[in-house]
Design a protein. Structure first.
Length: 254
């Protein structure tokens, strides 16, 4: 399986002869440019999976549908929410139940609920028969279900949104700070590290840190938090990458 992330709002996944985007938070032009940087044509993508309906995860949906006729996979809440963001968009929705497993080409996708302030936010576990990839990029707290779904993964794309002290000193409105820190907001570096410690298994060999706040986090802080967990567990074999918000990530083979 191959994966390449851009921040946390557009993830490219390929395996089982199928090419997917998880979320469409970039414009069509920017998505095409970032895929081209890793040697992939946007026209070769088979479908888009949506985790939730916030604009930074569905900004490019109308253009992708209009120019490439890509099928969109989402649950009822997310599909309705995306259509509210983009009124008049004519999309081909393939609706899944949140607690379900479905096939997209040669990939098997498990959708599971995550705590986030969106219509019906989900994470995904994507498998090609050999490799299992867990994707959770927007969640404010960790549930037993999240831990269960991310266990036994070969690779994880994990939100490390903020450093708590940087967020508190950011000058943002207090209501926004409270939203981010809340149980339906976003994971801090420390929360992400705790989640990693809970799901770290012998199969894990790649960890991609995603959805970092440009104002309230740094790649070095996020990486230090998870590397401490890996060091304590004696897992120097796990590769850690930080997804950049403003550039294509490396194409990573799992």
């Amino acid at each position: 399986m191959l994966a390449s992330g851009s921040g946390g709002n557009c993830l490219y996944v390929a395996g089982g002869g199928t090419r997917l985007l998880v979320d469409a938070g970039l414009s069509r032009r920017e998505t095409a440019a970032r895929l081209a940087a890793i040697g992939v044509e946007l026209g070769a993508v088979d479908a888009v999976l949506f985790t939730h309906d916030h604009e930074d995860h569905c900004r490019g949906a109308p253009q992708l549908r209009r120019r490439h006729a890509l099928p969109f996979y989402a649950n009822e809440g997310t599909s309705a929410g995306v259509e509210l963001v983009h009124r008049g968009m004519q999309a081909e929705w393939r609706i899944f139940e949140t607690a379900s497993t479905f096939a997209v080409g040669g990939l098997r996708v498990e959708a599971f609920s995550v705590p986030h302030d969106a219509s019906d936010a989900v994470g995904f576990a994507i498998a090609d028969g050999c490799v299992r990839l867990g994707v959770v990029t927007d969640l404010g707290s960790v549930t037993a279900l999240v831990r269960h779904k991310l266990a036994a993964c070969d690779a994880l794309v994990l939100e490390t949104n903020h450093d708590v002290e940087m967020l508190r000193q950011s000058g943002r409105p207090w209501s926004l700070i409270q939203r981010i820190l809340g149980p339906r907001g976003h994971l801090s570096n420390e929360q992400a590290a705790e989640l990693l410690a809970a799901v770290l298994g012998p199969r894990l060999r790649l960890l991609v840190l995603a959805h970092l706040s440009a104002e309230c986090n740094t790649p070095s802080l996020a990486a230090a938090a998870v590397r401490g967990v890996l060091r304590d567990a004696g897992r120097a074999d796990v590769r850690v990458e930080v997804a950049a918000a403003d550039a294509a990530g490396a194409l990573l083979k799992v």
